[in-house]
Design a protein around this ligand. Structure first.
Ligand SMILES: [Zn+2]
Length: 677
């Protein structure tokens, strides 16, 4: 697969004359965006305080493997989507054309903008700027933005998210007045043209932009607009205070064949809507001040896990909530929207558990559903995915292309929307901790771990932090803290829930042992060159899933048995192609475990992290476990049958099998039956 894709990539680069783009992205141009003094904006009264605040976009720059991953994305479909997919091409309604005029243009911008500026890529910036210019220069006299042929509020919710990112990156003075005029227009219009379907179920994403603007202008009507959105929007907090959707949602249940697809029942059980909804309670708590709202995200995730949870960190949604069987799928839009919700919820609540989940999605589910070169993606991924081919099983309401790798399998929403995943993750690695209204207690928070560099300002002093690590593949994270002058502040370090036994050392001196599932706080007078070393425990662990099956984990990575893969091209799709993947080896293994649930013996092999961090070829970590085949566990119509209830009996020979990171195995078994002792 790697060879074929690298050949394909060379061909693309030759065709498009962009073979030099990787070199055109400067490796260390960190000052380009920070010449302007940019301070972190906190919540303005009467809004309630957040635990943490996102640093202005651009202050965190990816490095190491994360930068390579973003470069792969830029060289892949993200960097070329407008050249090969008419829906975001020159005829887009968001460029003034007569083409697609709904959500696809804004979706693409929502990921293209942060990717372009985080890589400082001139070509990518120019692509994004064309859309931005059109939006900024075509505001209607009444304040409406976007294509006049479609007045749906929903795609504008996405466009606003893109505009706020662009403003933080560039300081473009046109953005704030444009958003103000738009919100005044919508505040007048909403009483007679209220939110409906997607907008009604995704109102919390607009609240994000309303609060963003209120924190910058303080215009009181914005809080009233927020209240109106809350009043017209769907009550997600109530849905999860008394959660009813505990079963696999069927097409009959939502009356799909009777036009129920956009009715409340379908939208309330829709995967992407639920992924976006995770942020609702905490977002609204900034207005309401209610502790119950702030805690609603944890409740929501607990219910989704209990009834629809999968070992890759996702809940099933193909495309409605579909139970815990690891042969059910999760839509790529839901992966990236869930990640974005977690990034916001983590900042508002300061609850470390949301960072654990964010990493689980970023390091497993996200790369697991894209090809190594990011030219093709799936609509639905399955933890136990034994074939990617045209089949109707097991999807609740999705079509037969749903787990193909391609340009727009099943439906093109994910094609437009997945671009936000990696760049927004990179922008969320650090937060500001604002512990008082003034800046006197401001500190920094390492919220998720990956190699990066931070350049920000605390109380007028420039602070530079270099994070060097190969986490999640390795145990050590090293932070070098460089304030421009000695400065006292707190540095909070997220200690994952799985990481009991983590050690922290500052300049070689051991800190008190931190508590797993919390933020460890190092408060001192920082001087340039101070070094913080965090060492996480990386022994393999086992977690329990559907029918008492097990998954094997190490750090934030989930591991899978890589089924042999035969990639068969279904058809060319412009600059990319649609692929089916067929199994070439057996996959029906049960694992040999001790009675206490620990695997009999799991051995670990580490090798170098390659230029494609999540590739199947040369995975950075491999585990060896003992297993036997379970003959009665088979596939039907390309789908692994429901896992047999563990423990299971097998008289097959004991084999030692190799597990690799979930994302590296595009055909895989992740939840295994456990063998009888
Ligand atoms: Zn989608």
């Amino acid at each position: 697969m790697t060879d074929r894709f690298s050949t394909t990539r060379r061909r693309f680069l030759q065709q498009s004359g962009l073979a030099g783009i990787a070199c055109a992205l400067p490796a260390n141009n960190l000052f380009a965006l920070t010449d302007r003094p940019v301070i972190t904006v906190k919540n303005r009264a009467p809004l309630y305080a957040s635990a943490f605040y996102p640093l202005p976009l651009g202050q965190i720059r990816p490095a190491g493997w994360l930068r390579r991953q973003l470069e792969i994305q830029a060289l892949g479909l993200t960097g070329h989507l407008d050249e090969t997919w008419p829906d975001v091409g020159p005829n887009s309604g968001w460029l003034g054309g007569k083409g697609e005029s709904w959500e696809r243009g804004p979706y693409y911008l929502d990921g293209l903008i942060p990717l372009a500026w985080l890589l400082d890529g001139a070509t990518l910036k120019a692509k994004a700027q064309r859309y931005i210019e059109w939006i900024l220069t075509h505001q209607a006299t009444n304040g409406m933005i976007g294509p006049s042929s479609n007045d749906d509020w929903w795609p504008r919710i996405v466009a606003l998210k893109a505009l706020t990112q662009y403003q933080e990156l560039t300081g473009d003075p046109r953005v704030v007045p444009l958003m103000d005029r738009y919100f005044r227009c919508q505040f007048t219009e909403l009483p007679r043209r209220p939110l409906r379907d997607w907008g009604k179920f995704r109102w919390q994403d607009e609240l994000l932009s309303v609060i963003w603007l209120y924190n910058r202008t303080g215009a009181p009507y914005l809080l009233d607009l927020g209240r109106l959105l809350h009043q017209q929007g769907y009550d997600w907090v109530a849905q999860y205070a008394n959660f009813q959707y505990t079963q696999k949602i069927t097409a009959e249940f939502i009356k799909l064949n009777e036009g129920g697809g956009l009715k409340d029942l379908a939208l309330a059980t829709h995967g992407v809507n639920n992924g976006q909804a995770v942020k609702t309670g905490p977002m609204w708590s900034l207005v309401s001040g209610l502790d119950s709202d702030r805690k609603a995200a944890a409740q929501m995730i607990a219910d989704l896990d209990k009834y629809h949870g999968l070992p890759n960190g996702m809940f099933s949604c193909d495309e409605h909530l579909s139970g815990r069987d690891p042969s059910q799928g999760s839509e790529l839009c839901t992966v990236v929207e869930y990640m974005f919700s977690l990034e916001r919820v983590l900042a508002i609540t300061g609850d470390a558990a949301f960072g654990d989940r964010l990493e689980r999605l970023a390091f497993n589910a996200l790369p697991g559903t894209l090809t190594d070169d990011m030219w093709a993606h799936q609509y639905n991924q399955e933890p136990n995915q034994v074939e990617c081919s045209l089949h109707h099983k097991p999807w609740v309401s999705d079509g037969p292309e749903s787990n193909l790798f391609g340009l727009e399998p099943n439906f093109g929403c994910c094609t437009a929307n997945y671009h936000q995943g990696w760049p927004k993750f990179a922008g969320s690695l650090f937060f500001l901790s604002g512990e008082s209204e003034s800046d006197s207690r401001d500190g920094l928070v390492a919220a998720a771990y990956a190699p990066c560099e931070v350049r920000t300002t605390l109380r007028g002093t420039a602070v530079h932090i270099v994070e060097e690590t190969e986490y999640p593949f390795r145990a050590k994270v090293q932070l070098t803290v460089n304030p421009a002058a000695p400065l006292e502040f707190s540095l909070q370090l997220r200690i994952p829930g799985w990481a009991a036994g983590t050690t922290i050392a500052v300049n070689g001196r051991r800190e008190p042992d931190p508590t797993a599932g919390s933020f460890a706080r190092v408060e001192r007078l920082w001087k340039s060159g101070d070094r913080v070393e965090i060492t996480f425990p990386m022994q393999p662990r086992v977690s329990r899933w559907f029918n008492d099956s097990v998954a094997v984990e190490r750090g934030p990575l989930v591991f899978s048995y890589p089924v042999g893969e035969s990639w068969v091209k279904l058809r060319d799709r412009g600059m990319t192609a649609d692929w089916q993947v067929y199994p070439t080896t057996a996959w029906n293994y049960g694992l040999q475990m001790k009675s206490d649930g620990a695997s009999d013996s799991i051995s670990v092999t580490e090798s170098a992290v390659s230029d494609v961090p999540f590739a199947r070829k040369n995975p950075p970590v491999q585990l060896r476990v003992k297993a036997r085949k379970v003959p009665e566990w088979r596939a039907e119509d390309g789908v692994a049958n429901a896992l047999p209830q563990s423990p299971v009996e097998s008289h097959e020979a004991v084999e030692e099998i190799t597990l690799i990171p979930y994302a590296a195995a595009k055909l895989r078994i992740t939840a295994f039956p456990v063998l009888k002792a």
